[in-house]
Design a protein around this ligand. Structure first.
Ligand code: FAD
Length: 624
């Protein structure tokens, strides 16, 4: 019997950050979607630090938002301390970050999942996939239920064969307090996927009432307070609180050094490689032996809970060492630990086995997203989830897959890096990973992606109207200013000189005044004839950035066009590189291994030389 309870278009496995964005995107794209997850209560749970955004990561959150996703909206409803990082630097590297109330965040995500049309949730542990030939057909739960669909998105996070380490103690778990996905991991290992192990870690949590904040440095949020979603406002934010800063001491480092023989990281017990940019405290003490102190951010876990997250002391040392090292930190002398820190090892798939759409090359209709692709972080997971969910929905309708290019989005950079280079350590996003940084700013993620999202059917009317109104306002204000000229003799020129104390030596367009390093939009609007200008700060920001950086942006656009000429030249599926005359054995081996889908992707494989690309282009041209 074809019972619709068991039949869907898309099934998403896992209700973490990748899974919820995947399920929401698939449902927004208009297909019947089922989200299967271990526990409805942990949908949207933050496994580690309750914070969203940061450098590179904030860019991804804005991109998720620009494509209609959930993460930025949830952050706006949960953010209890907000900062603009790199505020004094150029707009390309400015980034929004918020400390989130863990429970408010989870509830906001759950609320969006539960109110999404076309989306159904069922609590279940998935033990196996249904695969027919080379195509996925559904999933089987631990209790023996079979759910059917023509596309499946797997987002199992750190749960696949997850193993927790605290000192010499080890046990299987998906993360602390949650079961691992052991059977599913075993089933997947029976298939020819390239699977390896990675590890990540988390610090102990502490009862904030046992801390002495008087000796710590207070870190209140920024004023003006940033928001995450293009549709958000500070009115969405809950009550605001401060974070605090303290430091490890020489004694802390001595305790750690004296216990390294009991550290699973150094005893060889942990085989998986951990995140380079988020190292454990034992790693930091060993690697930076010359430093006698490390900074620790003391971050509240929420408004109505007492626990704090001591950011900077992730550890898998034995519990007695954890207690001693925490109590050696200034202001933590009487600390009460509520949960121990730990490391977790888990299975991940070599992302070179994926297409740009995040569909696996091995199994048609099967998509992978999030931590299982070798990444770390909620933002990296959410962005992949959205892409995989969207493409899963398109797959079920026989539509071509979609993905952004490297010059279009950090999401494009993320996916292209992963599927081209693979990863040997948990991959996190940085602005330095993007070659077209000036183009890929937080402030213009909507300009870059919302029109595409609208066309793909995942941006709703409310967002589209708000976006269109903003674009119209930016264009109108730019035009207004373009029509205004200041000369040494005219009234406007004299007003500009009197108000701003600048010199005007010849006829100057107002847009050119914005370009002057000592001037900006806000200052110019204090000139009576020019002001008050637009009152929407986002519109003003766009006018200013597009005018001030026009020269750099134009140059970067030219560079992108030059690169693009061959970027999209496709390389057919199953292309036989052995037929290309003149390729060295090394280059041939690399091309066969990655099997790039375009010349652009081939160019980025380390060791593939421009000469090899020319040979490839000549061959493709001849074969046409
Ligand atoms: P997850 O958030 O792990 O979600 C996976 C979901 O899938 C869960 O809901 C789970 O219940 C469900 N699931 C799994 N298997 C099954 C199954 N078989 N059937 C049904 N449901 C299933 N990130 C950082 O950026 N910095 C850090 O320092 C950091 N430290 C971390 C430390 C620890 C201990 C852990 C656990 C994570 C850490 N992270 C860190 C990573 C961050 O939590 C993840 O990157 C992010 O949560 C990944 O999102 P995801 O959706 O891929 O997976």
């Amino acid at each position: 019997m074809h019972d619709s309870f068991f039949h869907y278009d898309v099934i998403v496995i896992g209700g973490g950050h990748a899974g919820t964005e995947a399920a929401l995107a698939s449902a927004r794209a208009g297909v019947r979607t089922l989200l299967l997850s271990h526990n409805v209560e942990t949908i949207g749970a933050m496994s580690c630090n309750p914070a969203i955004g940061g450098i590179g990561k904030g860019h991804l959150v804005k991109e998720i938002d620009a494509l209609g996703g959930a993460m930025a909206k949830a952050a706006d409803h949960a953010g209890i301390q907000w900062r603009t990082l790199n505020a004094s630097k150029g707009p390309a590297v400015r980034a929004t970050r918020c400390q989130a109330d863990r429970n408010l965040y989870r509830m906001a995500i759950r609320g969006m999942v539960e109110s999404q049309e076309n989306l159904t949730v069922f609590q279940a542990a998935v033990d196996d996939l249904i695969i027919d030939g080379d195509a996925v057909r559904g999933a089987i739960t631990q209790t023996g239920l079979s759910f059917h669909a023509s596309a499946v998105v797997l987002t199992a996070g750190t749960f696949l064969a997850g193993k927790i380490h605290i000192g010499p103690t080890q046990y299987t778990a998906g993360r602390m307090g949650d079961p691992p996905a052991t059977t599913l991991a075993a089933r997947l290992r029976e298939r020819p996927f390239a699977i390896d192990r990675l590890k990540t870690g988390t610090p102990p949590r502490i009862d904030g009432r046992s801390l002495d904040y008087a000796v710590m440095e207070e870190q209140p949020g920024d004023t003006p307070r940033p928001v995450m979603s293009y549709l958000g406002s500070t009115a969405d934010h809950p009550r605001q609180v401060s974070c605090w800063i303290t430091h490890t001491s020489q004694q802390t480092h001595d305790i750690i050094r004296g216990s390294l023989d009991r550290s699973p990281l150094y005893s060889g017990q942990i085989e998986g490689i951990g995140p380079r940019y988020c190292p454990s405290i034992e790693d930091k003490v060993v690697r930076f032996a010359e430093k006698d102190s490390h900074q620790i951010f003391v971050e509240p876990e929420g408004l109505d809970v007492v626990e704090i997250y001591p950011n900077g002391i992730s550890t898998s040392l034995p519990f007695d060492v954890q207690l001693a090292l925490v109590r050696s930190i200034r202001g933590m002398e009487n600390a009460h630990i509520t949960r121990p820190g730990y490391a977790i090892e888990y299975d991940f798939f070599d992302p070179r086995g994926l297409k740009h759409t995040l569909e696996t090359k091995l199994v048609s209709g099967l998509f992978f997203a999030g931590q299982i692709n070798g990444t770390t972080g909620y933002e990296e997971a959410g962005a992949q989830g959205l892409l995989a969910g969207l493409n899963a929905a398109r797959h079920t309708r026989g539509l071509e897959g979609w993905y952004p290019r490297r010059d279009q989005a950090y999401l494009g950079v993320l996916v292209d890096d992963l599927i081209t280079h693979g990863t040997s350590e948990p991959y996190r996003m940085f602005t330095s990973r993007a070659e077209y940084r000036l183009q890929l700013r937080e402030d213009n993620a909507d300009v870059r992606l919302t029109p595409a999202g609208r066309e793909l059917g995942i941006v709703d009317d409310t967002r589209w109207k708000a976006f269109s109104a903003k674009q119209d306002a930016v264009a109108a204000e730019t035009e207004r200013l373009r029509g205004l000229w200041a000369t040494p003799a005219n009234a406007l020129g004299r007003e500009v000189v009197d108000t701003l104390g600048v010199t005007i030596s010849r006829e100057t367009n107002v847009l050119d005044l914005i370009k002057r390093p000592e001037l900006d939009y806000a200052r110019l609007m204090t000139v009576p004839t020019l002001g008050p200008g637009v009152d929407d700060g986002k519109v003003a920001e766009q006018v200013e950035i597009s005018v001030k950086y026009a020269g750099y942006l134009d140059r970067q656009r030219e560079e992108i066009e030059r690169q693009q000429r061959h970027e999209n030249t496709p390389i057919p599926d199953g292309f036989d590189y052995a037929n290309v005359r003149g390729l060295s054995a090394e280059v041939l081996q690399k091309l066969v291994k990655v099997a790039p889908s375009s010349i652009g992707q081939a160019q980025r494989i380390p060791g593939v030389t421009p000469a090899a690309i020319s040979l490839l282009l000549v061959h493709l041209e001849r074969a046409r």
